[in-house]
Design a protein around this ligand. Structure first.
Ligand SMILES: [Fe+2]
Length: 382
């Protein structure tokens, strides 16, 4: 299918309820799955509606994480595991570097954007001023994995006001997002002409992570502060709940307009494509570039929350879940999709959209792909 020349600035909304409640072979379900696949091809992102998702759960989760990251640094440090490449527990601010600042293909993506649509300048940007917590939500593989380091045990914070509520709240909200994103993997597979379980099966034992990030807006609340510099995610699909503070920008197929993401209130989530989905589709779906910055809308909400909730920590929590393929899975482009990727690339070129040099997607284990990405973002010693 051709990607329309003028994409709407509103992301497509895909209804998981239609997929879950109607017969699989009904025209409505087939159409909704096609819409999901088309949205991922055209935007690398979509808004997902799932009536099982509760805004209340997201709020309870955001409150817990605000309390957690408001703790003194020496308490947070107890939850750090540098020896495991920070793939479990906490990562403190100024550890993770946006790979793009030193990555030629990524810098060329920025160059190809119209100057008015570019991200905030990352060339002088030091590591991101954001903290993060990684909470694994995995099914242990029934085989011996070649990548045990990516499959370590969870850490529960010690502080008495956090410890007891930690696991239940993390698991409740994490499960909501995991169920939703797994449903979407089935819809996307069907929309791409594959058996429904193609991606879900490949990710059954993936090292999925509930990965909230936190930015201290007392320290980093000035206009045009980069909270997370322009980058793509290394996993398969990333799913987000609504953050209390705007500031996430995405780029449709990495060539067009900067889109300020708005997730509607209620049972809605945002989904973005990551590198593993790009790899397995041979570039038909591209991992979506994004940044998190302090913009005018962020400032408005900072102001509002200072007045309405003066006793709450002024911390921007991003409610993020990274869904991965299994580490031992052989990652290689699906031939029919790689073929379609070349067609879409040619169509884009005809529309005057240069997508840059053709990317190679060599066969490798998913675990190898993850390790090579982590080296680039300075979380793993090379
Ligand atoms: Fe990201």
């Amino acid at each position: 299918m051709a990607i329309s020349e003028r994409l709407s600035m509103d992301l497509p909304v895909i209804d998981l309820d239609v997929f879950r409640n109607r017969p699989r072979d009904s025209p409505e379900v087939q159409a909704e799955c096609q819409k999901a696949a088309d949205a991922l091809i055209a935007y690398g992102a979509l808004v997902l509606h799932d009536s099982r998702v509760s805004e209340h759960d997201n709020n309870v989760f955001l409150d817990l994480l605000e309390d957690y990251f408001a703790q003194p640094e020496e308490d947070l440090k107890k939850d750090e595991r540098p020896e495991l490449s920070y793939q479990i527990g906490v990562t403190l601010e100024n550890t993770e570097k946006p790979k793009c600042a030193v990555d030629e293909p990524c810098l060329r993506v920025i160059e190809r954007l119209d100057p008015s649509e570019r991200p905030l300048d990352i060339t002088a940007h030091s590591p991101d001023p954001k903290c993060r917590f990684f909470w694994r939500m995995v099914e242990p593989p029934p085989y011996e994995t070649q990548f045990p380091g990516l499959n370590a045990d969870n850490i529960t914070p010690e502080a008495p006001h956090i410890k007891a509520r930690w696991a239940p709240v993390m698991n409740q909200w994490g499960r909501s997002m995991k169920n939703a994103v797994e449903g979407l993997t089935e819809m996307a597979a069907i929309g791409l002409g594959l058996p429904a379980g193609t991606f879900k099966g490949a990710g059954t034992y993936g090292p999925h992570l509930l990965a909230p990030t936190a930015s201290d807006l007392n320290k980093y609340g000035r206009k045009d502060t980069i909270l997370a510099g322009f980058h793509t995610d290394l996993n398969f699909l990333t799913i987000h709940g609504r953050s209390r503070y705007p500031g996430l920008h995405i780029w449709a197929r990495n060539t067009g307009k900067r889109i300020a993401v708005k997730i509607p209130r209620g049972s809605y989530l945002l989904v973005q494509a990551g590198k593993q989905l790009e790899h397995i589709t041979g570039g038909l779906i591209k991992a979506g570039y994004h940044e998190v910055v302090v913009n005018d809308k962020t400032l408005d909400v900072i102001d509002l929350r200072k007045r309405r909730f003066p006793d709450r920590p002024l911390v921007r929590i991003s409610s993020t879940f990274f869904w991965h393929l299994s580490s031992d899975y052989d990652l290689t482009p699906i031939p029919a999709l790689a073929h379609q990727a070349r067609q879409v690339r040619a169509e884009q070129f005809d529309l005057g959209k240069d997508e840059g040099e053709e990317v190679e997607y060599p066969a490798m284990k998913v675990g190898e792909q993850v390790q090579s990405e982590l080296k680039h973002i300075a979380l793993m010693a090379s």
